[in-house]
Each structure stands twice: as structure tokens, then as C-alpha cells.
Design a binder for this molecule. Structure first.
Ligand SMILES: Cc1cc2nc3c(=O)[nH]c(=O)nc-3n(C[C@H](O)[C@H](O)[C@H](O)COP(=O)(O)OP(=O)(O)OC[C@H]3O[C@@H](n4cnc5c(N)ncnc54)[C@H](O)[C@@H]3O)c2cc1C
Length: 331
């Protein structure tokens, strides 16, 4: 069996012409990996209107950028991406392929692994090279433990959780090669058609992953009206609102708010957890926040163990008072 050994290939999602933060974070990881095992960092971007994307990806650490600028890739469609991506991977022969642990990435990665007949580790937090082979670390048993996995085949595919890596500072003068690749996609081979797209209201505000302040609400809010107060605070402080799975399950807020093992990962400067018990499944998505402050009526709530500051009290009394205080301060 021949082994791929040409460094790391990073699949970067692009919105407009701008790579998403997770793509830039993965480039930093790719640089660290190639420093240790050699080879080049290749970034791949699919989309349309990507004239400036190559320069950005080079500045953030790519040695080589392959741009597939085609109207068919304007919106993500796993089936449409697979033939081109498989071909690029066969040509570049990377030892490791990094894909974002996003909704698109978790759709794409297993399909790609199947097509390439290799293995994939999803939801990874870090990768180390041990004896020349990628070892992926990720949470298991509902976030209660960590496991390290490695594969015998190459390329090793991994989806990387957001905010587990820090993007490099951009160096606009960094040298890199930007190449346009042409698509081999036969549009008739696509068996599924996207008939409509609806943007969730939650995405209209500050994006949760890039917000400096995230306010998470749980069952202790007592109902959907509790989220109105959280949204008010988020607007005042330019933050974003998230939630526990339990609150999403009850439709108190959109599903896209869910933070945790099976939801989104955030690492803001401040995570304000309101009426959230602090289950490991939830903490898996916010445990890396710089400061956690929690509001809970139970002085023995688990969340207080991970919190820098804790307020024991009812969210229905504390949160409106907080809105008032912030308003006064802003005035
Ligand atoms: C495989 C798996 C994956 C999961 N993935 C996720 C995930 O991604 N994200 C996630 O969040 N969960 C996830 N869960 C569920 C998780 O285990 C918990 O059940 C969930 O996080 C609990 O949500 P909660 O804290 O809102 O509710 P609870 O655990 O019921 O906690 C409510 C808290 O509110 C407090 N409270 C009650 N009244 C008030 C009040 N008036 N004022 C203030 N505080 C009050 C209570 O003291 C309590 O601490 C997952 C579970 C499994 C099995």
C-alpha cells in the first residue's frame, strides 16, 4: 500500500470571498503538523467570486491554495463537491485532510472517507504526530473522557471543532502559490437537488462562534420568554445567544442555538450560563470559554464548579435586573 506523505490539505469553507474562522484555525493546525512531519500545507476553497480568497489563505499559512471558482459551488452541496475534492486529494497526496466540524463538514467528511476508502475521525480537538502518524484527540462517552485515535491508511481524515485552535496572525507578505483548478463535475451525476434554503433568524445577529460574549439559556429560564431577555442582553452587549439541548428540545429557541457535544462549540471571552445545570454534554461546547459566569437557583449546581463567578438566584429575577443595569451603564 502506498502512503500519502505530502503534508496536510485543509478544506476551507468560504462565505462570500471570506474564509470562515474555522478554516483559518485549521490552517494554523496544519502548519504545526507540517512543522513536525514535513510536507506542504494545501488549502482548498470551493465557491464563486473567490478572487481574493487565495491571498487570504496564503497570509494565514497555506503554501499552496487551490481555488475551484464555479457558480455550481455557490452553495454547499456534498455530492457536487465530492468528485472534484477526491481528484484534488489524489493529486496532492496529503497525509492528513482537515475538514471543519460544521454542518457542511460533517456531511462531507464521511462521504469523502467512503469514496477514498479511508477512515475519518469526527469532532477532533487536536492532532499530534507520533512516529510519523496522525493521532487525533476527541471527546468520547458524552464528553466525559478523551480518546486518541490513529489510522493505518492515508490520508487520515479529521473534522476539527471550532475554537480548538488559534488562527495565526496573518502575514500579507507570506509567499504562496494560488492556482485555479477546473471542475470535473458532471452535473447530471448529482442525485439530490436543493429546492430551497432558509436562513435561521439566529444567524442574523452576531455569529455565535465569533462573539466575545455568549449568553446560554437552559431549562432554568422557565420558558421561551426567558430567551427574550437573553436576546435583549445580547443586543445590548453585542453578544450572541446560545442554549442547552434541553431548551432546544422544548422549542424554547431555534435548534441552531444548541451549544455542546452535539451542538456548536464556543470559546468566548465571557460565557454567561443562565439556568443551565452544567452537564458534561453541554460543557463540551463551552468549557474553553475564558470566563464562565453562571446564574442558577441551586447553590450545588454542577455549573458552579466550572464558573469563575456564580450567582445563586432565580433567572426570572436576576436577568431583568441585569438588563436594567446594562441600560443604565450604557446611558
Ligand atoms: C449523547 C448526548 C448528547 C448531548 N448533547 C448535548 C449538547 O450538545 N448540549 C447540551 O446542552 N446538552 C446535551 N445533552 C443533554 C445534557 O446531558 C443535559 O441533559 C442538558 O444539557 C441539560 O440542559 P439544562 O442544563 O438546560 O437542563 P437541566 O439539567 O434540567 O438544568 C436546569 C438548571 O436550571 C436550574 N434552575 C431551575 N430553575 C431555575 C431558575 N428559576 N433560575 C435559575 N436556575 C434555575 C436548575 O437548578 C438546573 O441546574 C446531550 C445528552 C446526550 C445523552
Amino acid at each position: 500500500m502506498t502512503e500519502n506523505n505530502n503534508g496536510v490539505l485543509v478544506v476551507v469553507e468560504v462565505v462570500g470571498s471570506q474564509p470562515i474562522d474555522l478554516g483559518l484555525e485549521m490552517l494554523a493546525l496544519a502548519r504545526r503538523l507540517t512543522d513536525s512531519m514535513g510536507g506542504t500545507v494545501t488549502a482548498v476553497a470551493f465557491g464563486t467570486g473567490l478572487e481574493t480568497t487565495g491571498g487570504i489563505l496564503t497570509a494565514y499559512g497555506a503554501d499552496q491554495v487551490l481555488i475551484n471558482d464555479n457558480a455550481i459551488f455557490a452553495n454547499f452541496h456534498a455530492e457536487a463537491w465530492l468528485p472534484d475534492l477526491s481528484k484534488i486529494i489524489a493529486e496532492v497526496a496529503p497525509a492528513i485532510v482537515l475538514i471543519g466540524h460544521s454542518e457542511s463538514g460533517t456531511d462531507l467528511a464521511p462521504r469523502l472517507a467512503f469514496r477514498l476508502d479511508v477512515d475519518v475521525a469526527t469532532g477532533c480537538e487536536s492532532i499530534d504526530i507520533i512516529n510519523g502518524r496522525a493521532h487525533m484527540t476527541r471527546g468520547c462517552f458524552g464528553g466525559l473522557a478523551r480518546e486518541v485515535v490513529t489510522f493505518t491508511k492515508t490520508p487520515a481524515l479529521a473534522t476539527i471543532r471550532s475554537k480548538t485552535q488559534e488562527a495565526l496572525s496573518p502575514m500579507m507578505e507570506r509567499a504562496g502559490e494560488v492556482k485555479q483548478v477546473s471542475s470535473i463535475l458532471d452535473v447530471n451525476s448529482i442525485r439530490t437537488r436543493v429546492v430551497g434554503r432558509e436562513r435561521e433568524k439566529a444567524d442574523g445577529g452576531v455569529k455565535m462562534e465569533s462573539a466575545k460574549i455568549v449568553i446560554g439559556g437552559g431549562l432554568g429560564l422557565g420558558g421561551p420568554e426567558g430567551f427574550k431577555t437573553l436576546n435583549e442582553i445580547a443586543e445590548l452587549v453585542d453578544g450572541a445567544v446560545g442554549a442547552s439541548r434541553a431548551a432546544c428540545d422544548l422549542d424554547w429557541c431555534p435548534r441552531s442555538y444548541q451549544i455542546g457535544l452535539s451542538g456548536r462549540t464556543v470559546a468566548p471571552e465571557l460565557y454567561l450560563a443562565v439556568g443551565i445545570s452544567g452537564a458534561s454534554h453541554h460543557m463540551a461546547g463551552c468549557g474553553n470559554s475564558k470566563t464562565i459566569v453562571s446564574v442558577n437557583s441551586d447553590p450545588n449546581a454542577e455549573i458552579f464548579k466550572s464558573s469563575r463567578f456564580g450567582i445563586v438566584g432565580k433567572s426570572q429575577e436576576i436577568m431583568p435586573a441585569l438588563v436594567e443595569e446594562i441600560r443604565k451603564l450604557k446611558a
